[in-house]
Design a protein around this ligand. Structure first.
Ligand code: DQA
Length: 145
């Protein structure tokens, strides 16, 4: 059962970028964790990352026919992108939103995510473990459909 794991802008710099907030793990390590967790739950994780809003939107559109659920960390676009939110609403797949940090503990501009209103589930503040939780839950959502 294929699941799209989509990471947004600047997450390619994980490990180097503000490690006190986002942790020392690289994106490659997190993607490996996603693939392992997916496998353990009968899923396959198809991991992508882009710094470009339109590329993320295209990936969401492709998921409509290629995947059964979406796990997404929209990163900075969480707080700005109506277009990404609309794409997620359009594809009608189960959506799990993940943030490494607890966005509610941080600057006020991070407290609102446009994506949350179209996500089935939101996980934040669990660090990289949040991705493992997200994949496990995506399996439950897929089975519930
Ligand atoms: C983030 C939180 C966002 O506010 C920020 O812009 C990111 C990462 C997180 O995973 O904690 O880039 O989505």
């Amino acid at each position: 059962v294929p699941v799209l794991v989509l990471n947004g802008p600047n997450l390619n710099l994980l490990g180097l970028r503000e490690p006190g907030i986002y942790g020392k793990e690289t994106l490659a390590a997190i993607e490996e964790l996603c693939r392992e967790t997916a496998r353990a739950h009968g899923l396959t994780a198809d991991c992508r990352q882009s710094n470009h809003e339109g590329v993320l939107i295209d990936a969401v559109h492709e998921a409509r026919t290629a995947h059964r659920a979406i796990v997404i960390n929209p990163a900075g676009y969480s707080h700005t992108s109506v277009a990404l939110r609309d794409a997620l609403a359009a594809v009608e797949l189960p959506v799990v939103e993940v943030h490494l940090s607890n966005i509610h503990k941080r600057e006020p501009f991070r407290h609102h995510s446009y994506v949350s209103a179209v996500a089935d589930t939101v996980i934040c503040g669990a660090g990289s473990h949040g991705y493992a939780l997200a994949l496990a839950h995506a399996a439950t959502l897929v089975r519930g459909r």
